[in-house]
Design a protein. Structure first.
Length: 270
């Protein structure tokens, strides 16, 4: 177990490790257990991951240690009835009576946002579920920064999950200011753009993997950065790196930004 840095996740007040586990890629409970054994306390999955089986595996992995974990899942349903059905399925498969954070998944268009937040939309289910104690906090996720930023700007969401890395600065303008204004907890995925930022064809200037996570955590709006478990050993490497040091020097930050810009310009992140 590593002594990972912790923080308060925005207005939720939850204390979490700054490194979290992303779902979708690990097919075994042992893989999730190994990542949790690094000292991580934040775990994110979704109803849609691996055709719904990810939650079952996570539920197996967290049996007996649910109390140690801030557990997040997601629903892609846009209507209230569909969202309720997905929530109940998530709770059953995860083997828990409640979720710490339940997120509206992949909210990337104005049309979807209006559907979710309008009469009969999924937000109605989220509010009722919170009142019933089935969830503690409500989040939103997505890949289109401007649209997700508009969702955060409503002030209705306690957390937001989006892309951000040294090659993708857009959320600094399009999303983070809204999160700061509402004390919305920011959780980041794609710190290495699914490791595409690590693939520079043997170039000597590839930063250490831990630096990509230090970079993300160096932004004052960011609370948590996720890494999926495509490779558990690589996850452990990141955990060890962040336990040793969670910040970059100004020079290191400038160097990794230049590297990210070069990789993006070369089309390496598509």
């Amino acid at each position: 177990m590593y002594d990972l840095p912790t923080t308060t996740l925005g207005r939720t007040g939850l204390t979490v490790t700054r490194l979290g586990i992303g779902g979708a890629y690990c097919e075994t409970a042992d893989g999730y257990r190994a990542a949790l054994d690094c000292g991580v306390t934040y775990l994110d999955t979704a109803r849609a991951y691996r055709d719904g089986d990810d939650e079952r595996v996570v539920g197996e992995a967290i049996a007996g240690r649910r109390h140690e974990i801030v557990l997040a899942s997601k629903s892609g349903a846009r209507d209230a009835a569909g969202a309720r059905e997905e929530l109940e399925t998530s709770l059953r498969l995860l083997g828990t009576d409640y979720l710490d954070i339940w997120q509206i998944h992949y909210l990337n268009t104005q049309e979807e946002r209006e559907r979710v937040l309008g009469p009969g939309g999924a937000m109605e289910t989220a509010v009722v579920a919170r009142e019933q104690g089935l969830i503690r906090f409500i989040g939103v996720t997505g890949h289109v920064w401007a649209e997700v930023g508009q969702a955060v700007a409503t002030g209705l969401f306690d957390t937001v999950l989006c892309w951000y890395n040294c090659a993708m600065p857009e959320p600094e303008e399009l999303l983070f200011p809204h999160a700061v204004a509402h004390n919305t907890g920011v959780v980041i995925m794609n710190a290495t753009r699914t490791d595409k930022l690590l693939d520079a064809s043997g170039a000597p200037d590839v930063p250490p993997i831990g630096d990509f996570y230090r970079y993300v955590l160096g932004h004052p709006a960011v609370s948590v950065v996720l890494r999926g478990l495509r490779d558990v050993e690589r996850f452990e490497t990141v955990a060890r790196a962040l336990a040793e040091r969670e910040t970059l020097t100004d020079e290191e930050r400038s160097q990794i930004e230049a590297y990210g810009a070069k990789m993006r310009a070369a089309g390496k992140l598509d």
